[in-house]
Design a protein around this ligand. Sequence first.
Ligand SMILES: [Zn+2]
Length: 164
Amino acid sequence: MTAAGYRRVNAPGHAIADSSGKSYAHRVALYDAIGPGPHTCHWCKWPGLEWGLPRKDPNCLIVDHLNGVGDDNRPENLVAAHDWCNNNRYVIERRHIPWSTWKDIAPTERKALYNPGTKRDTRYAEELSQQSPQPMVEPPPPLAEKPELLPIRKGFVRWEALLG
Ligand SMILES: [Zn+2]
């Protein structure tokens, strides 16, 4: 979800309000729940996330919505995350790559998993998922021998009979 979809609120005097006294509703809600920090990333478990860093700083605290619904700002739906973790979360979850993959890789040194230009996962993401245990896929249930035919109404014939 882009920042454009997020709701801005008046929060004059709030620790994370900008010079016009505004902030984003989800940022105010999480700040009020967890305080000034620094905080640990919910996903990769690296510490050092800080409110108020520039967005492009790898340690800027991003507020991630657990259920992916950008205006669901209940505190239990909000977690602190790196921009990298927030952006790559869906590739990681879809490919069942364990988050522990990044336990020894600093947020500044993580390679991209998704290429927005081609709208495809990167080769690196493919390699990581090949190394990751994938969940068992349940085989589909066997097909019924023959579907039950409904009793035919008096005066009608089955269409199959018309085919000869
Ligand atoms: Zn992280």
